[in-house]
Design a protein around this ligand. Sequence first.
Ligand code: 5GP
Ligand code: MG
Length: 470
Amino acid sequence: MDTTPFDFDGLREECGVFGVFGHPETIQLISLGLFALQHRGQEGAGIVTFDGETPHPHRGHGLVSDVFQPEKTKDLRGSLGIGHVRYSTSGNNSTSDDAYRNLQPLFLETAFGGLAVAHNGNLTNSDSIRKRLLDEGKGFISTVDTEVILQLIAASKESTLVEKVKDALSQITGSYSLIIMTKDMMIGVRDPFGFRPLKHGELNGATIFSSETCALDSIGAKFVDEVAPGEMLIVTKDGVTVDDLPQKGKVPISGCVFEHIYFARPDSLIDSKTDFHAVRIKMGQQLAKEVIQAGGIHLDYAASVPDSGIPAAYGFSEESGVKYQTFFIRNHYVGRTFIAPDQINREKKVRMKFNPRRIFKGESFMLIDDSMVRGTTSKIIVAMAREADLGEVHMGLSSPMIKHPCHFGIDTPDELGLIAHNMSHEEMVKFLGVDSLTFLSLPGLVKAIGGNGHCTSCFTGDYPVGSLGK
Ligand code: 5GP
Ligand code: MG
């Protein structure tokens, strides 16, 4: 579904979470943190702070800068809070009043007080749990999968919050990076597969949770470590303790490769020595190696499809010795548009976003993008390159062919929407109108990322066992 006019291509970001425990400027810090995580979801944003016994929730559709206007947030007091930016992967994702209740964080009054949850991920067995709870006579306040976590915690017979959370999560399959909050406790926890990220930071004695380190930087917090897959970080006024989910270590670590390829902001750290920009340069270098191994192509220039193709094109150029050139210029004001989405076709949308420089007549170019999903962007990009009278137009992708849908929080089209599922390599070459087409190999991608421990099911169809309730 076209939620924003320019969000028709690619995959979809899948939410960002941010939490602060123990800081007098909680609302300001969460606003800034979510602003830095805006790329992970533009559909809506929200926050819940706790001020002693009193929760202060605020949520809305749109961008963080719209939702977090000072006059709307000035009364959100408290020294702890959690926030969320949403791209819906489940539940109603329109901007209707009905969809409002699906904005996160979700908040529920329980027998042990107020409970708030912010979730990044996608649960694969939430429908059956929801049905079971409804059959038992429970009610739901939203249609989003995340609510089953809240309801299971609220209904757990265990005596402490930590045990209740473990009990709830033991019933759940799929992907989750969660920040859970009561009036005096915050828990950051990741599913044992580690599909989605969650980082732990520190600012003047306050504990911070964030999907990515770029948001820690934006508030001046120190990056302490990632929350490990299957690990729980429990924060109270007495400090931070670590506990493990019983499933920890019993399943293969399966971090999402697409965080590396596209989603995460390039300046976010993977560890203290590597950020995502560096990994994407390596993907481009690897792509160059593979093009050369396959016999090489005569090229005058390597150019990116900006912004996401820039580091790979740079790496390609470095490795191959082919000169890096800026070919497409991107209009940075596209986003929300003044034209209704259904009045403007995809081609016009791509043309509003990119325009080629028209001074390279007869030159041979390698155009590099990070990924091909439906093939829409590539097809129009290539047509524009032809109009600019290039000599040869080659296309390189710094990821393999996406042939399978994601079940873990990324909103891929179903198989039939994926160009690489529907067409052979030869058919794609024809359809796109390129002189050659090279996808980075899976071993090449894994080599660039460094090591295993990643979910590559969108390329292989091999879903981590257990995560789908198998
Ligand atoms: P396609 O046009 O083939 O469906 O999508 C490929 C393009 O979408 C590439 O330019 C890629 O950079 C971009 N892309 C990949 N993932 C995402 C995403 O999550 N959101 C948006 N807006 N674009 C994406
Ligand atoms: Mg792109």
